[in-house]
Ligand binder design. Structure first.
Ligand SMILES: Nc1ncnc2c1ncn2[C@@H]1O[C@H](COP(=O)(O)OP(=O)(O)OP(=O)(O)O)[C@@H](O)[C@H]1O
Ligand SMILES: [Mg+2]
Length: 360
């Protein structure tokens, strides 16, 4: 048989039957196929995902491949996987920063692992290939420089501060601008302008995701942040136990009042894995799920307790870099992927089409 019979229409029809498992639409309706070329029995195209951190990347690729291979006359399907992170259109905000999606990590309570989640999620997204910034908005106790193993900023330009960079993540913190032991006491207006400056006076460049580490509590920093930069979403970190949940509820209420969509709840320090493989529930169980359920928001996952998480934070080598296959790192990577997927879904709901030039 002559292979001329394979047409673009046939390929498009085949790909129309392949669903994006999370967005629940087919690849053609989602404008995910680009650069379709057919030569003889070979078909080439690109699949443009809505995030490089797509957990279902290989499944989408293999389903697209088998759909096209089932067309009579097609022998080779050459697929290039690529991504373009959509913006939900909220994050550009008043300052017109080229930041597609900003996500704040919060909790009502201190010490539950906000900064740990922020750091590891940021690095995971960057490892997947996204352009990521990490803003330490904890202006009372900035920990991000230590946790990322960076002490100083590069020299600024005349107009702007240049963010530091570690593990392919751009980071900015008030910790770079004050002496280590200087107490950080802020009056309301100063705090507001400090947060604004960390956004507007910094050469962030184009970012797919800006992860923002908030200070504990439900205070002014979050308010200043949302006034400066509309957030795509907020993530609540909690421990499994009841007292932590009470605080986390306040964190959730804070996002509601600030009109920030809640992406979901992360439960940290969920259990300790003992040498015999059994699990010890130090802080109780199920609190995170319970909180997500009562707040009617997604549950994003649990992170086990692991000394490697703490040493990673103290040494400036996040667990996701130092022990990428440890259970804690796997959990954190999975949470990063779920967050990316939730952002893609929200962007898609807000804009029914992703602006992509289609075939030919
Ligand atoms: N899953 C974990 N296993 C072991 N240690 C952890 C885990 N998560 C966080 N830690 C450690 O607990 C401490 C508190 O975590 P972290 O600084 O991330 O919390 P935080 O909520 O940002 O605190 P703060 O409210 O003070 O900003 C850190 O020393 C960190 O390394
Ligand atoms: Mg912190």
């Amino acid at each position: 048989m002559m292979s001329e019979s394979v047409s673009k229409e046939m390929v498009l029809a085949a790909l129309r039957k392949v669903q994006e498992p999370e967005l629940h639409k087919d690849l053609i309706s989602l404008n995910m196929i680009e650069n379709l070329e057919i030569s003889g029995d070979r078909v080439y195209f690109k699949i443009i995902l809505t995030t490089p951190a797509c957990p279902l990347k290989s499944r989408i690729e293999s389903e697209a491949r088998s759909a096209v291979l089932s067309i009579p006359g097609v022998k080779i399907v050459d697929i290039k996987m690529d991504s373009r992170v959509p913006s939900d259109g909220r994050s550009r905000g008043l300052m017109q920063l080229p930041i597609r999606n900003a996500v704040a990590i919060a909790s009502g309570k201190g010490g539950v692992g906000k900064s740990t989640v922020a750091v590891n999620v940021a690095v995971a997204l960057a490892q997947a290939g996204a352009r990521v910034g990490l803003l330490d908005a904890d202006i009372y106790g900035p920990n991000i420089p230590t946790m990322m193993g960076v002490e100083t900023l590069p020299l600024p330009t005349k107009e702007k501060l240049i963010p530091a960079e570690a593990y392919c993540v751009k980071l900015m913190s008030i910790g770079f601008l004050v002496k280590p032991d200087q107490p950080l006491i802020w009056r309301g207006p100063m705090l507001h302008s400090a947060i604004r400056q960390l956004l507007s006076d910094v050469e962030w460049g184009e970012l797919d995701y800006l992860i923002v580490d908030l200070p504990p509590g439900t205070g002014d920093a979050a308010l200043s942040l949302t006034q400066s930069l509309p957030l795509s979403g907020g993530v609540i970190v909690t421990l499994p136990q009841q007292v932590s949940l009470e605080d986390a509820r306040r964190g959730m209420e804070m996002f509601r009042q600030l009109n920030v969509p809640i992406l979901g709840v992360v439960e940290n320090m969920s259990y300790l894995e003992l040498p015999d493989g059994s699990r010890m529930d130090i802080f109780g169980t199920g609190g995170g799920q319970q909180l997500a359920k009562e707040g009617n928001v997604p549950f994003l996952g649990t992170i086990p307790m692991d000394a490697k998480v703490r040493t990673g934070g103290d040494n400036g080598r996040p667990v996701i870099v130092e022990y990428p296959n440890s259970p804690a790192a796997l959990a954190l990577r999975c949470i990063a992927e779920v967050i990316a997927a939730k952002i893609s879904m929200a962007a898609l709901e807000n804009h029914t089409t992703i602006p992509i030039t289609i075939l030919d």
